[in-house]
Design a binder for this molecule. Structure first.
Ligand code: APR
Length: 245
């Protein structure tokens, strides 16, 4: 059934979460019964708007630690397969909750980042964005090149709004897609988890890929239980764009 749907699909939406990067060595936040903890603080405390106000240097220390972890990690076959789909489907929307930049590192273009990107910083004062790859990070809070103001990670923290336009683009893609993949997310964080629900409500065929069941499994037409890096390459038929000849 899924193969026929993939052959016929014109518009495809892929929603990814931390699980798609697990095989690259990126720790997930939940799944497997554990939740990430930093210096005794649950990740959703250190990664919160409240902590940004209370202790900005500590927030930078946490994201510097995560960035150093990520710096040596590479995309895996799940990222690579999804990247190859942008030349296979006429309309592919890749919506990610991940801030790790591995989709882009594997060649995916125009990634809709719902939760920002750990490789960018944003100025509190002038809102300028800066690429952290160009910055030598010492301890403490980095300053804005443009206005000298304090920078913050350009990541959506708990208690904060999504980046302007990101959810709107994801919502539009969910309304128009005829096939929706939900890959490596525990589907407990909203509004991201509402995207497959919107796709289903608009008639899309919804497929989940995850080693564990999630709250979304019950609304999916198919659930492929297993690792994304093992399952996605199997779905990758080298068939040119559009319908079977
Ligand atoms: N392939 C596919 N899925 C996997 C794999 C794998 N190899 N390994 C783990 N998973 C699944 C887990 O079973 C779990 O359901 O990935 C999911 C990871 O869930 P979370 O850690 O909760 O990550 P995510 O859903 O992306 O979290 C959403 O919450 O913490 C915030 O902002 C953060 O973007 C994040 C958001």
């Amino acid at each position: 059934m899924l193969r026929e749907r993939m052959r016929a699909a014109e518009s495809v939406l892929v929603l990814t979460g931390a699980g798609v990067s697990a095989e690259s060595g990126v720790p997930t936040f939940r799944g497997g019964g554990n939740t990430a903890v930093w210096k005794g603080m649950p990740f959703d405390v250190i990664s919160s708007a409240g902590m940004l106000q209370k202790d900005l240097p500590a927030v930078w220390e946490w994201f510097n630690y995560r960035r150093n972890l990520l710096a040596v990690l590479k995309p895996n076959p799940a990222h690579e397969t999804i990247a190859s789909w942008q030349d296979r489907f006429a309309d592919l929307a890749l919506v990610t909750q991940n801030i790790d930049g591995l989709h882009q590192a594997s060649g995916s273009r125009d990634v809709i980042e719902l939760h920002g990107n750990i490789w960018r910083a944003r100025c509190f004062d002038c809102d300028a964005r800066h690429d952290l790859k160009d910055m030598k990070m010492d301890d403490g809070v980095p300053s804005c090149f443009d206005c000298g103001g304090n920078l913050r990670p350009d990541v959506v923290l708990f208690g904060e709004m999504l980046p302007p336009g990101a959810f709107e683009r994801a919502f539009d893609a969910a309304q128009r897609c005829d096939l929706c993949f939900v890959i490596g997310t525990s589907a407990v964080v909203y509004p991201a988890a509402s995207i497959p629900e919107i796709a289903r409500a608009n008639g899309a065929y919804v497929v989940e890929i995850n080693p564990e069941p999630t709250p979304l499994s019950s609304i999916c037409h198919e659930v492929l239980t297993g690792k994304a890096g093992e399952i996605l390459p199997l779905l990758s038929e080298a068939r040119p764009l559009g319908r079977a000849t």
